[in-house]
Every structure is written in C-alpha cells, then in structure tokens.
Design a protein around this ligand. Structure first.
Ligand code: AMP
Ligand code: MG
Length: 403
C-alpha cells in the first residue's frame, strides 16, 4: 500500500465530508460554538449616530481660533441627545454621546482650559476629529455574520451588537464513540493484572465536547468480531459519525476493519507520519442511502489517537458541522534540541515553546500520554530532516490545532 502524505489524506477526508443540512433556531445566549446556518443581517447602523470618541467639547472647528473663549451651553452624557449648537458655542460632551447638530469636531478635554462656563481650545485638532461616524462599523442591511461562521465569543458580541436574540444554526453533529480492547477498564473499576485504564475515552470526549458535538458514548467493546459488529450497528443507527479507538492494526485481535467491511465500506490509508500511521475512514450502511454514517477509526495508542484526531478527524468533523477548519498553522521558531537521526516519515513531536525556542519532551513514544499533557504544541519535522539547536523549525501550537 502506498503511503499518503498528511496533506493528501486531509484533502481526501474533506472531499468526503457532507455538511449537515438540518438547521434549528437557538437563543443567542446558548449559541457559543454553534455554526451559523443563515446570514445575520443587521437591521441597525452601528454606531447609530455620529458620536464622540472622547471626553471633551463638541464645537464648530472654525470657532476654535486661537485665544477665543466659547460659551459652554449644554452638557451631553452618553445616552442623551443634545440641542443644536449655535456659532460661538461649545457642548461639554462625553465618550459615546451623540454629536449635536452644528458641531463638526470634538476637542479632547486635555487640550482645553475651562472656567466660568466657558472653554478655550489650547490645541486645535484637525476638523472632524474625535467623531465616530454613524454606520462606520456596521451599515443597515449588512451581513455581519455569514453561513459557516462558528459562533465565538466575539461573534456572539457582534450578534448582540445588532440586537439579535435568536440565531439560525446547524443542528449539532451526533458523534457515537466506542473503545476497543480487552485490556481497558474504566477509572473506578478494579485494575486486574494486565489491564490499563481507558484514557482515550476521557481525551476523545473532551475533544468532541470542545467542538460542540453531541456525544453518544457506547462504552467499551471486547476484542471480538461479533461484539464489534453489534456495537457498530447500534452506533451507526444513532449518529452522523462513528469514532472508535484501537483495533485498527493488522493483528488478529483487531476487528474494527472487518466489522466495517461487513456493514459498509472501508478506506484504509497509510499516512506517511509518526505517530499514527494507519487511518481508517469509511461509511456504514448501504452506499445508495444518503443516511450512511461516516466512520473514523483512531489508533489505540493515546498519543497517536490525539494527533490523528487533531490532524484528520477534527477538520472532517468541522466540515460535517457546516464550517471550515483553518489550514494547519505553523510558526517558524528556533529549535532548542538536537534531532540527529532522520526519520522515514514526517514526525509530530510533543514540544513546548519556552524562552524563544521549542524544546522536546524527553520521551516521544506514542504510548506516553504525559508528553501531551506537558506539551503546548507539536514540532513538525519533515521525513529525512535533521535538526541542530538554533535551526528554524515548524511549531504547531495546540491552541491552533484545537482552534
Ligand atoms: P491497538 O490500536 O488496539 O492495537 O492499541 C494500541 C495500544 O494502545 C495498546 O497498547 C493498547 O493497550 C492502547 N490502548 C488502546 N485503547 C486504549 C484506551 N482506550 N486507552 C488507553 N490506551 C489504549
Ligand atoms: Mg487493541
């Protein structure tokens, strides 16, 4: 089997991701992380009126000739409308307050002297200064958010800014998960000899919760074909996507691929990367039915499962949710380590960016999950490359991989 590059595998996965069509209306207060399914059109201008960007005095620029005192005839706090200004008058004005008719400039208070209800401009700004224009941020009828926008805190702020109380979003993506392996037990259960705790469940659930998916947890499955077939069928019946951990290698105890082959179709790719070479992608159900459920099989090794999720499953799920994942974002930083032995495959090493350079966790084994708990990024090293301290390398912050 030929090895696919990481980029090719991502492109193939994305090509197969069918975006959700069903939408629902949710309260804006509960919409964090959801994906917008209809453009949000503003019914208001922001700001609604020309208003002051400073605490100071609103006046006619031509009135602030040097040495001329102007009568302060009104006081306009934010939220209140002033009266038209006559020539030779100034209005005391505060940040956010509407500019009165007859004024064309705001002078900040630090540039003025005031006494006995009059004001003297010591330093005149340019005409029109310190005024925020009506509609300069948002025009009436403008699309402030578009289909496919994920609702971040800033975007929810924009929705509130134009007065939205409800938003049309795609329904949540349903993701069924199960975990294979005779050796895994749940925290809280006794750890018999030869057993290990199931860590992939906690990690994967956290990753899916962060994405805003509806997780259907079907628990642990023993390494038997009949049990795997049964749970895969149940998973496919209730979810848009099934994600599993373990059981996708070529060993006799690996039944996930066989089960998927029986119940649907399978694309098994070898990706030229480390950790996490095998990537199982497929669909459960009749190929002619639109209701086919997608399948993604993650490796069992906890680090491999995490990296494969970030690089492949996550962009796929985002596309299914109706939005686009950002392209892989890497920063070029100096290496704080030596990588003398070139690898055969592209490697994603657990690293930290500290003191202006990237350092590696001492163990890069794909079973050592503490490396990921320690890391704040992955160092991306090309196949065949060696690195000396100080060399520029690609650093992928986890915050970007999970953005
Ligand atoms: P597998 O892909 O099933 O061959 O598993 C590869 C390695 O990952 C083995 O050492 C497993 O014990 C380990 N492993 C599999 N599933 C889990 C899990 N849910 N949590 C922690 N380790 C796991
Ligand atoms: Mg296994």
């Amino acid at each position: 089997m030929t090895l696919l590059s990481v980029d090719e595998a991502r492109a193939r996965l994305l090509a197969g991701a069918r975006p959700l069509a069903e939408t629902e209306t949710v309260a804006a207060d509960l919409a964090l992380g959801r994906v917008l399914a209809a453009p949000l059109v503003s019914g208001v201008a922001v700001p609604p009126l020309d208003n002051s960007a400073m605490d100071g005095y609103a006046l006619l620029h031509s009135d602030c000739a040097e040495g001329r005192w102007l009568a302060v005839t009104q006081r306009i706090p934010a939220g209140h409308l002033g009266q038209p200004l006559k020539p030779g008058e100034a209005a005391r004005i505060f940040t956010g307050a509407p500019i009165p008719e007859g004024a064309d400039t705001v002078v900040m208070q630090e540039d003025c002297e005031s006494a006995d209800g009059r004001v003297l401009v010591k330093q005149a700004p340019r005409p029109g200064a310190n005024i925020r224009r009506a509609g300069e941020d948002i025009r009436v009828g403008q699309d402030v958010l578009v289909v496919g926008d994920r609702l971040t805190p800033a975007r929810l702020g924009v929705a509130a800014l134009v007065g939205a109380t409800d938003l049309t979003v795609f329904r949540r993506l349903k993701v069924a998960v199960f975990f294979t392996g005779d050796e895994i037990v749940m925290p809280g259960q006794a750890l018999a000899p030869g057993r290990i705790y199931n860590s992939n469940r906690a990690t994967l659930r956290g990753l899916l919760d962060q994405l805003g998916c509806e997780v259907i947890d079907l628990g642990q499955v023993p390494d038997r074909l009949d049990a795997t077939l049964e749970v895969l069928q149940r998973a496919a019946a209730c979810a848009d996507v099934v994600i599993t951990s373990g059981g996708v290698s070529v060993g006799e105890e690996d039944h996930v691929k066989a089960a998927l082959e029986r119940l649907g179709r399978i694309d098994m790719w070898q990706v030229a990367m480390k950790p996490g070479k095998p990537l199982v992608y497929g669909r459960v159900g009749d190929a002619d039915l639109p209701s086919q459920t997608d399948f993604l099989g993650l490796p069992g090794n906890p680090v491999s499962a995490f990296v494969v999720f970030c690089l492949f499953a996550r962009p796929f799920l985002l596309a299914r949710m109706g939005t686009a994942a950002a392209p892989l974002k890497a920063y070029t930083v100096p290496a704080g380590f030596d990588w003398a032995k070139p690898g055969k495959r592209r490697e994603f090493l657990r690293a930290r960016f500290e003191d202006g350079r990237a350092t590696l966790y001492p163990s890069q084994s794909s079973g050592v999950l503490t490396s990921l708990a320690w890391a704040d990024g992955l160092v991306d090293i090309a196949a065949g490359a060696t690195v000396k301290p100080g060399d520029p390398i690609r650093f992928l912050p986890l915050t970007e991989l999970l953005a």
